[in-house]
Design a protein around this ligand. Sequence first.
Ligand code: ZN
Length: 260
Amino acid sequence: MHFFKRARIRYILHRHAIAHDMWRQATEEIAVFQGLSAVEKAHLRELATLFLHQKTLVGVQGLDLTEAMRVVIAALACLPILGLGIDCLEGWSEVIVYPTAFRVRRDETDAAGVVHHQEHALCGESWSRGPLILSWDEIEQDLRKAPSGRNVVIHEIAHKLDMLNGPADGYPPLHHGMSVSAWSTALSSAYQQLVRRIDHHHRPCIDPYAAESPAEFFAVVSEYFFCAPDLLQSQFAAVYEQLCRYYRQNPLLRTARDFT
Ligand code: ZN
């Protein structure tokens, strides 16, 4: 890393670090952080500090974003990049937070060239170089529920990482030493297996939304990787292993640490 950039990061961490009390208050009850080691927690706090410094978080439709809410969002957004570094989140600067699910209107053109006006309710959305859009209601629900494997912030950050090398397609830039064919085989066979289960009306082992596309599959399995690693590992062991290599983390070790 460039010397001046490193010096700037040191300055931000020194001058603008999230206060210890605020950090503890905002994060101590959140299950997904429980098994982190002291070193990982300290690193996460540094990344969250940089995130809050680099991004503008805006509450809309009357949502008053408190400091604790900002810290929760930053900490969740930085969990996936704990082993990757803050540079992975460069190229966009705004986080827009709605109080509840938000509605988007889009015109989509079908194969016959007919434009359909569509309206959907969404709880999160990320654009390649645009904002990260979240619903606070959904973030809170993810945190309140017993480990459900779901987390909208992690989902949207996974899309951001996926889009670092082009459109979201479930294929983020892999690290040196990772095998492209091992990644493709693991993820595409698990994806096809899930699609087949749903086509045959069998109960899917993870959220069926993962079957929407390879991009959604990557985002959904990333949620399970951090929030319900035991479930993901038992259902899709090869995917779990690839995600360990990609995220440079092994959340199953944390679950084990939780019970010691
Ligand atoms: Zn998605």
